[in-house]
Design a protein around this ligand. Sequence first.
Ligand SMILES: *Cc1c(COP(=O)(O)O)cnc(C)c1O
Length: 223
Amino acid sequence: MSAIDGYRQVLDAIAAAEKEARRAAGEVHLVAVSKTFGAEEIRPVLTAGQTLFGENRVQEAEDKWPALKEAFPETVLHLIGPLQSNKTKNAVALFDAIESVDRPKIARAIAKEAEKQGRMPDVFLQINTGEEPQKAGTLPGEADAFIAEARDVLNLPVKGLMCIPPVDEPPAPHFMLLAKIAARNGLTGLSMGMSADFETAIRFGATHIRVGSAIFGARPKPA
Ligand SMILES: *Cc1c(COP(=O)(O)O)cnc(C)c1O
């Protein structure tokens, strides 16, 4: 199956899920996750009209996207993977949004760098809804304080929250928790749902779904 077939199927599934959830058509933004795939695989999806893409590594995105963005100037790029402090400068320069702002230290680094560059990407704050020790994100109990610091102290353009539920649990309770934290803080953006569970995420209010393998096919296993 080519990426175009996968892409069309995902668009159809999003439209059906929006309808079933009685949400407006086109309300859910598809972030096409192109990590590990090369320009030749990404290009047909760009040609088909997709503008919003997600990458999880700064360096990989820097290698791939400048040339593609030149050919497709409407492209919007989101960083969805963990950000190291020493990559903040490059991330602020390249990405239109950083969805993986997972701790106050990184929020502060982004604010500082954005001021320096005069360029401010949108921000989503990552919440570790499953409280998994190995996973990035602020714990639910610390979320309100984190949101307050990022939005009200650092003045970051916080568009919403992001989560990656534990792989071995039903995702719905995690989507509900993320939506609840966002609502009580007056945030409207919810980046949640991947290839396996984006329809569920749409039912629970996702505004951004991050879909990779359902579009581009299986990724090579990391070595
Ligand atoms: C890779 C990745 C995705 C996409 O995963 P698929 O299962 O391929 O859709 C979504 N979100 C994040 C943070 C990722 O790293």
